[in-house]
Design a protein around this ligand. Structure first.
Ligand SMILES: C[S@@+](CC[C@H](N)C(=O)[O-])C[C@H]1O[C@@H](n2cnc3c(N)ncnc32)[C@H](O)[C@@H]1O
Length: 232
């Protein structure tokens, strides 16, 4: 019988993805203690579809290094950047200015901060310190998108993982729709995947009780927006 620890990734064929755990297999992919860590299954599925062996994958905001671990195991070349590297194999860099030539990467994966709700670090250039209720949040992440456009090879793909935001004071900020629009200015849409959220901190009985009592919804999914570097 398969246990939680040795679950193997399944090649997804629909636009709804639901993973029981952050990790798969017997080795770690990223660190599931890192706030905002990406489910490794997502990156595994993306690189099966959009890359071949020895292709170069770039993750400009790679956090605990999930993209690096998945790509190495699948024989892809990989470069991971972060404003504050969590491990030695992550290069310190601001995602708005990548030290790469034009038309260099075969695939780019980004799981950016969704607002200022998680504390990643105190670096002044950490975009995760800007609330998505401020227009500046979208302006700064659009700079990352422009940089991705520059370094991604033509006709290659980028995947952007993002969640919406709701607070009683601000109401709904449809962050996913906003990024769909911004990304569409630079790239051709390929598809939208809905990824079920399972392990966020609000998945507790007290938060489910509050959601019912005060008539709001907890965030149940993220968008995985897939685009191609081509307008035709
Ligand atoms: C959602 S986390 C990424 C999680 C990662 N994919 C993983 O699996 O661990 C977002 C990351 O963006 C980084 N970040 C914020 N501002 C940045 C910037 N200007 N340049 C590069 N990285 C940045 C944060 O430090 C954080 O690690």
């Amino acid at each position: 019988m398969k246990t939680k620890e040795n679950l193997e990734p399944i090649f997804e064929t629909t636009t709804f993805w639901d993973f029981p755990t952050q990790n798969y297999g017997k080795t770690k992919h990223g660190d599931n203690k890192y706030s905002g860590v990406t489910p490794a299954f997502i990156i595994w599925n993306l690189i099966q579809r959009y890359t071949a062996e020895n292709d170069l994958v770039v993750d400009p905001m790679c956090g605990s290094g999930t993209t690096i671990d998945v790509c190495k195991e699948e024989n892809r070349d990989v470069i991971g950047y972060d404003i504050v590297p969590y491990r030695d194999d992550i290069i310190q860099c601001d995602a708005r200015k990548l030290p790469l030539e034009n038309d260099f990467a075969d695939f780019i994966f980004v799981d950016p901060p969704y607002s200022d709700n998680l504390k990643y670090n105190d670096h002044p250039r950490n975009i995760g310190k800007i609330s998505c209720t401020k227009n500046n949040y979208f302006i700064e992440l659009e700079k990352v998108i422009i940089e991705i456009k520059r370094v991604l090879k033509k006709k290659k793909n980028v995947a952007w993982l993002i969640g919406d935001h709701w607070r009683s004071k601000t109401g709904l900020i449809p962050v996913g729709f906003k990024f769909y629009e911004i990304l569409s200015k630079y790239f051709m849409p390929v598809d939208i995947i809905i990824v079920r959220r399972r392990n966020q901190t609000s998945n507790t009985s007290i938060w489910h009780y509050r959601a019912k009592k005060f008539n709001f919804y907890l965030r149940g999914f993220k968008y995985l927006l897939i685009f191609k570097n081509s307008k035709t």
